[in-house]
Design a protein around this ligand. Sequence first.
Ligand code: SAH
Length: 344
Amino acid sequence: MDSLETILSLTDADGLKSLYRQAYAEKLRYIGPHVSVRGLIESGNVCAKDCYYCGIRKSNPKVRRYQLSEDDIVRLAEAAKSFGYASVVIQSGEIESESHTQMIVRVLKRLAALDLGVTLSLGEQEADVYKRWREAGATRYLLRIETANEKLYSRLHPADHSWRRRVECLRTLRKLDYQVGTGVMCALPGETVRDLADAIRFFRDEDVDMIGMGPYIPHPDAPLDGVLPLTRAERLAWGLKMIAATRLTLPKVNIAAATALQALADDGREQGILAGANVIMPNVTDVEYRADYQLYAGKPCLNENAGLCRSCLDRRLAAIGEKILYGERGDSLRYFERCKNAQR
Ligand code: SAH
């Protein structure tokens, strides 16, 4: 295999096609023509963080803030289960409060009866909070590192946001026996090919189970400076290259075809699968809240309910010869190697 830097520097169409083909072959070899699904529940957009790139950062006054109730979250998880999604992801802005922590504990205890894989993506928390959520039934946690370059991280966030704390959180999650997911954005202003290659080396060195990556997409009310003048196709290509290079380096991890890919091209998620990804997270949040959870401009499926999303996904994946693994939790192969309690 060429060096990661060489792979990530490819720009010619033939070279890229051949890279995606190789990475997809690797996905077929280890995982087969299958895609795992997780119903995505966007449980709230209240956020204590002020990330310069994010549409729901706390100082964006245009956002109508919402927090789903315990009953709402459970109802959406039940709906996900009725669609055959055996795993859900509960994601929200970052809230470090005892009442929110307790609400999530209650949700997790109720979800135990549904026998679902539950991933949380609720930001940085104290070790004790992660522990309580793990004991209440969460099995996976997603916390993107955003960039592997600490200096670049500090330019994308206010001074009180700490890259090191994120790394510590990931290590804590690992110790607590979560399946750990992380990832970065690509096509960020000031980011180099070396930074992206370092991100893949970071995933390898931290031995993570799941990876979610996507191109940075500007948001009109987020103040990040120096946005690169890239076309949608060029942003998408960065996302696909990162997926392919990651699959070639880490053949057994779960890699998500992030929704950001679909924001850049109608068939962006399928292109992600054909570049080596194996997980899709169809949105099951009620339509009335979807527009309030816009991290970037152009979020897709704002008006499509979960049922429509499901039939659309079936059709799209069948068209590329892939099948959704309904009724299967889809733990990562890497996790199976480490842990005997993993579930298909
Ligand atoms: N509060 C949670 C969830 C964050 S939202 C947490 O901190 O983990 C999930 C991801 O969306 C972020 O980690 C970030 O990588 C991505 N994101 C935010 N703004 C974005 C943008 N403008 N373009 C693309 N991705 C973005």
